[in-house]
Design a protein around this ligand. Structure first.
Ligand SMILES: NC(=O)c1ccc[n+]([C@@H]2O[C@H](COP(=O)([O-])OP(=O)(O)OC[C@H]3O[C@@H](n4cnc5c(N)ncnc54)[C@H](O)[C@@H]3O)[C@@H](O)[C@H]2O)c1
Length: 401
């Protein structure tokens, strides 16, 4: 069985590596640099080791390509391309659309097409299927299914094998074939009654996180105003054995999922005349966190950051990954610079970002910790400046939320 996987990023490459244990996989990506590196056995994401990549390359069960025609003899095609927000912060399906054009133009026999990219309910039925049909020079009766991806890069206790996976096809046959495909490398497959349920469930999972993170971020501001510790209060609430789930405050949310997916849900809700009040407000609270934090830092430092050397520690959006997409560090740095601070950043996992390089972890007037990787010693962070503000709750002895 030949599997074509469109997009070789966090999701597509992870799936490729697992699928290549059982199938022959063609990893298609439009980025020639990524494809070159992959064919040399160099992985660009956490969770897929270069050694594993070399193994599947050597066995002949995987290769990467930028040539659309290499997908032509696939039996199954998986779509794993970005679904970002456009400049107007509305869902932007341009990458899915171009993946559909690729499929339509090169695949001339009926195959199973599975979408793993996150999007709003109705995307498979009303966007992907028509887009592929429109780009096919002749009528081809493909099967269509959705199986939203739940991979959490950097997490070691859950992977493709033991993370339960939702799926649903547009037809019973598509559902059955989708189950058969994933059952080789996923232990727990859960069929739902329609693709729309699977699509909506994925969006709600991340919306649940976004809203709860916003709630705890607002709560951190309340506890500070009350003069009590947010961490002690959360630990106290967490002694309740049911009906409570602990989230911790932060400088905001980042990555491709949590800042983006809820907006897909809000957009489709509003299009259908349903309210998305919580979702919209949660997004605002998380975006406002950086301003609140810099306000606290300024207040502790005489109300003025003009000319102060400020070191931001951790620019990745979460610990132990190099991913900087939608990172809260960007807004933190923007607010600091708008107040006249001289900002550098330290992050050994990211190393270079926006044309700047990671600075040494010392010599600052003020340090603001946005993300703490396990590899960074908390004592070194504490020694990096006379004033350290920690938004993670992990640096003992620092000021914080
Ligand atoms: N990263 C995660 O943790 C995660 C988790 C669950 C779901 N998702 C969802 O999965 C989808 C993919 O996310 P990702 O993190 O893998 O993105 P990514 O940016 O890491 O990778 C996407 C890849 O697709 C390539 N690409 C773009 N357009 C293409 C096209 N037309 N043809 C071929 N390749 C193309 C890009 O070059 C890139 O390498 C998104 O919808 C995302 O929301 C991501």
């Amino acid at each position: 069985m030949k599997i074509g996987i469109i997009g070789q990023g966090y999701v597509g490459l992870t799936i490729s590596a697992f699928a290549a244990e059982s199938y022959v996989v063609t990893g298609f990506d439009v980025n020639p640099q990524i494809v070159d590196d992959l064919n040399k056995g160099v992985s660009h994401i956490e969770g897929v080791e270069s050694a594993n990549l070399k193994k599947i390359l050597k066995s002949g069960s995987y290769f990467a390509t930028t040539k659309e025609s290499d997908l032509a003899d696939s039996d199954i095609v998986v779509i794993a391309v970005p679904t970002p927000l456009g400049p107007d912060r509305a869902p932007d399906l341009q990458f899915i659309e171009s993946a559909c054009k690729t499929i339509g133009s090169v695949i001339r026999h009926p195959v199973l097409i599975i979408n793993e990219s996150t999007s709003f309910p109705g995307t498979l039925r009303n966007f992907i299927k028509p887009a592929i049909e429109k780009s096919s020079p002749s009528i081809v009766e493909h099967m269509y299914a959705i199986s939203p991806e739940r991979v959490d890069p950097g997490r070691s206790n859950f992977d493709q094998k033991n993370t339960p996976r939702l799926y649903s096809g547009l037809t019973p046959e598509a559902s059955a074939k989708t189950r058969e495909f994933y059952s080789r490398f996923c232990d727990n497959l859960i069929e739902v009654s329609s693709p729309e349920v699977a699509e909506a469930a994925k969006l709600f999972e991340n919306t649940f996180r976004q809203v709860n993170i916003a709630l705890v971020n607002e709560f951190a501001q309340i506890t500070h105003a009350l003069g009590i510790s947010v961490y002690e209060t959360l630990d106290a609430a967490n002694t309740k054995p049911y009906g409570f789930m602990k989230f911790t405050p932060s400088a905001g949310v980042g990555g491709h999922c949590i800042p983006v997916d809820p907006t897909y849900l809000a957009a489709v809700a509003e299009e259908h005349g349903a309210p998305a009040t919580f979702i919209r407000r949660a997004n605002e609270v998380n975006l406002e966190m950086s301003e609140y934090i810099i306000g606290r830092v300024a207040a502790d430092n005489g109300g003025n950051l003009q000319g102060k050397a400020v070191l931001v520690v951790g620019v990745a959006y979460k610990p132990n990954v190099a991913d900087v997409r939608e990172t809260a560090a960007e807004l933190v740095i923007q607010h600091l610079r708008s107040q006249g601070a001289v900002v550098s950043w330290h992050d050994d996992v990211v190393s270079t970002w926006k044309g700047e390089s990671s600075a040494p972890l010392n010599g600052a007037d003020i340090t603001v910790v946005v993300t703490k990787h396990d590899s960074v010693d908390g004592r070194k962070i504490l020694a990096s400046a006379p004033y350290v503000f920690d938004t993670t709750g992990k640096v003992k002895g620092a000021k914080g939320l």
